[in-house]
Design a protein around this ligand. Structure first.
Ligand code: ATP
Length: 300
């Protein structure tokens, strides 16, 4: 029997995040273009006496270790559906910033699900894994599939997208996190009395992705949550300005923030933007990476 399984899962950036008005159930319809980026968490699962979660990494202190952790919830749901005893130790090696708008918790949920499915030999069909992911949260299905995808509904209905080349990114981590629900509340407050249009994916943006054209992608990226994130965290404007001044083709808030994302024309320019952001003193840490990245992958 397999004794331990490790799964690597990528973070994401939303190159488009179009947000509709609040629905009666409080959720928002989205047109969400996800791109997986080369910044990863690793989830390792090992048989244990009872379900237990540990976490290591710079943001580990902010990660809940009880059954609210998305990794634990994923394991419990798979165990429930297949009648398996969920007695495992889930260890998260965390490199994705917590509450950073990069779907770190979602990555751990998808990672734990695939790791447990492999360890227990449950071999759940892909459709069932995706169904569990959607139950755990809007961004979790994308963490499982990776690459690039258009998410509609709450973001959980996914259509894979073609990406015709490598895009170079720099991510600036902020000094503190932002709560996704708080950013949506601020979005609602700022749009009170406004008729918010139906969210639609930009065809120009999808074409730019398909061609691997960074200039065209830079012209078309958009994030409807950015004004709300900036309203709650005004200092992010300084980080965005520092990246633009250093030559980024586009600078935007990643998802609900507060991580900021910078698209660069090539790897060398990405390193230049990264160094300038570090020197600017407007962020806690900087990471230079590429996209697209593969979805949840069993290692070894
Ligand atoms: P998204 O981009 O999907 O909106 P995020 O990246 O902004 O999410 P997360 O890092 O996923 O935010 O964390 C949001 C909250 O979820 C955390 O503050 C934490 O309380 C909770 N959480 C639950 N499980 C995890 C996990 N495995 N890792 C990190 N946070 C988790």
């Amino acid at each position: 029997m397999t004794e331990t399984v490790t799964v690597r899962v990528p973070a994401k950036v939303n190159v488009q995040l179009a947000v509709g008005g609040a629905r009666p159930d409080g959720f928002h319809d989205l047109a969400n273009v996800f791109l997986a980026v080369g910044l990863y968490d690793e989830v390792t699962v090992t048989p244990a006496d009872e379900l237990r979660v540990t976490c290591a990494g710079p943001d580990a202190a902010q990660v809940p270790l009880d059954r609210t952790n998305l990794a634990a919830r994923a394991a419990l749901e798979l165990a429930r559906r297949y009648g398996v005893d969920p007695a495992v130790h889930l260890h998260i090696a965390k490199d994705i910033p917590v509450a950073g708008g990069m779907a770190g918790g979602s990555a751990d949920g998808a990672g734990a699900l695939l790791a447990c499915d492999t360890l227990w030999g449950t071999n759940a069909p892909r459709e069932e894994l995706l169904d569990i992911c959607a139950e755990l949260g809007s961004d979790v299905p994308f963490s499982l599939v990776g690459g690039a995808a258009l998410g509609t509904g709450r973001g959980e209905l996914l259509r894979p997208l073609e990406v015709g080349g490598t895009f170079h990114w720099v991510f600036a981590m902020a000094e503190r996190g932002l709560s996704t629900p708080a950013v949506f509340r601020e979005f609602d407050r700022m749009n009170e009395g406004v008729r918010v249009p139906e969210p639609v994916a930009s065809q120009d943006l999808l074409d730019a992705l398909a061609k691997g054209d960074a200039d065209a992608l830079a012209r078309t990226v958009s994030n409807d949550l950015q004004p709300a994130a900036l309203s709650l965290f005004p200092a992010l404007a300084d980080t965005l300005a520092a990246g633009r001044a250093a030559g980024a083709l586009a600078a935007l808030v990643s998802g609900s923030g507060p991580t900021t994302a910078f698209l660069a024309p090539d790897a060398e320019s990405a390193r230049t933007v990264g160094r300038a952001l570090t020197a600017s003193g407007t962020c806690r840490a900087v990471r230079v990476t590429e996209s697209p990245a593969p979805g949840a992958t069993v290692l070894g």
